[in-house]
Design a protein around this ligand. Structure first.
Ligand SMILES: [Zn+2]
Ligand SMILES: [Zn+2]
Length: 156
């Protein structure tokens, strides 16, 4: 666990909202869905799933944006950066945009979702792809795979 160099901090583009991460990510993900395409103004969004207990806002306050629905998309109220998501029906983790981290250089993709809606040229180095989302009960297995994968990368 030590090689994660936790805790991490990060912020929105303007710096009014800062957060801290103190538990390693369960998964790293790209999402190609049309909603993420719109909110990122890009081909896909990037996420790290952080256990709820390991995520806290340490400066400012994020505000809900996006669809304003059951899935809560959190933005900086000033610069409108899309910072993290609390997915519908999932209380165990928060999906944080890794590009908000002060150091995102370690980030590497593990899974990609909603490939059914991806732009035809969009390719990522993710190891697993899903046409929509993984089944809820598959997340635990994926998280285990991810942690093994990550450990094998760190062995020299
Ligand atoms: Zn901001
Ligand atoms: Zn999406």
């Amino acid at each position: 666990m030590g090689d994660w160099n936790l805790p991490w901090e990060g912020e929105c583009r303007c710096g009014q909202v800062r957060f801290k991460v103190s538990i390693p990510p369960l998964l790293t993900m790209a999402c190609h869905c049309r909603g993420c395409q719109k909110m990122t103004a890009s081909a896909f969004s990037l996420s790290i799933a952080i256990p709820n207990a390991g995520f806290s806002i340490i400066k400012g306050e994020a505000t809900i944006g996006g669809l304003n629905g059951a899935t809560r998309h959190y933005f900086c109220p000033h610069c409108k950066s899309w910072m993290f998501t609390r997915p519908e029906g999932i209380d165990e983790f928060v999906n944080l945009r890794p590009t908000m981290l002060d150091d995102a250089s370690w980030f590497a993709l593990f899974i990609e979702t909603w490939t059914r809606e991806k732009l035809p040229w969009a390719k990522t180095p993710a190891l697993y792809g899903f046409e929509t989302l993984p089944n809820y009960e598959d997340y635990a297995g994926l998280a285990e795979e991810y942690s093994k994968h990550r450990m094998s990368k760190n062995e020299h």
